[in-house]
Design a protein around this ligand. Structure first.
Ligand SMILES: [Cu+2]
Length: 149
């Protein structure tokens, strides 16, 4: 009986383990913003695994709520659309950048000042939870000639 329980527990543990490698997050940065306002977060997602995944939520103690948005230009007018998920195909990469995909940090609980580092956890459809840190800066990290891994 006990052996069966142990075998079952082991099988469940295996089943719960993600078949894919956890998605990778790099170059996370955010623009300066005042407390109580909405901040914007940008980053690059990569899926090194062989199965599809998707970003479904972002958690941070800094904001009341985080939404995934995409800006689009239509007829010269820029608008934002809220997304429930951002698909990451196997081997795929999605760049969040001004004018495209971005994270909206709604109801900032503290100001984001240049040089601050803001922690966040990205939650994926596979169940993977990946921690990252947003660097608060004026321009994207690549514009400053820096590389992040
Ligand atoms: Cu937005």
């Amino acid at each position: 009986m006990d052996l069966l329980k142990i075998t079952l527990a082991a099988a469940l543990t295996l089943a719960a383990a993600p078949a894919a490698a956890a998605p990778q997050v790099s170059g996370a940065w955010s623009r300066p913003a005042a407390a109580g306002t909405t901040g914007a977060g940008f980053l690059t997602l990569a899926n090194p695994g062989r199965t599809a995944d998707a970003l479904v939520a972002v958690e941070t103690p800094l904001a009341r709520k985080v939404e995934i948005h995409r800006s689009t230009m239509r007829g010269g007018v820029s608008s934002m659309q809220k997304l429930e998920r951002v698909d990451l195909p196997p081997g795929g990469r999605v760049v969040f950048a001004p004018g495209g995909h971005h994270l909206m940090l709604l109801g900032l609980k503290q100001p984001l000042k240049t040089g601050d580092r803001a922690p966040a956890t990205l939650v994926f459809a596979s169940g993977a939870r990946v921690k990252t840190t947003f660097e608060v800066r004026i321009a994207p990290p690549s514009a400053a000639g820096e590389h992040h891994h």
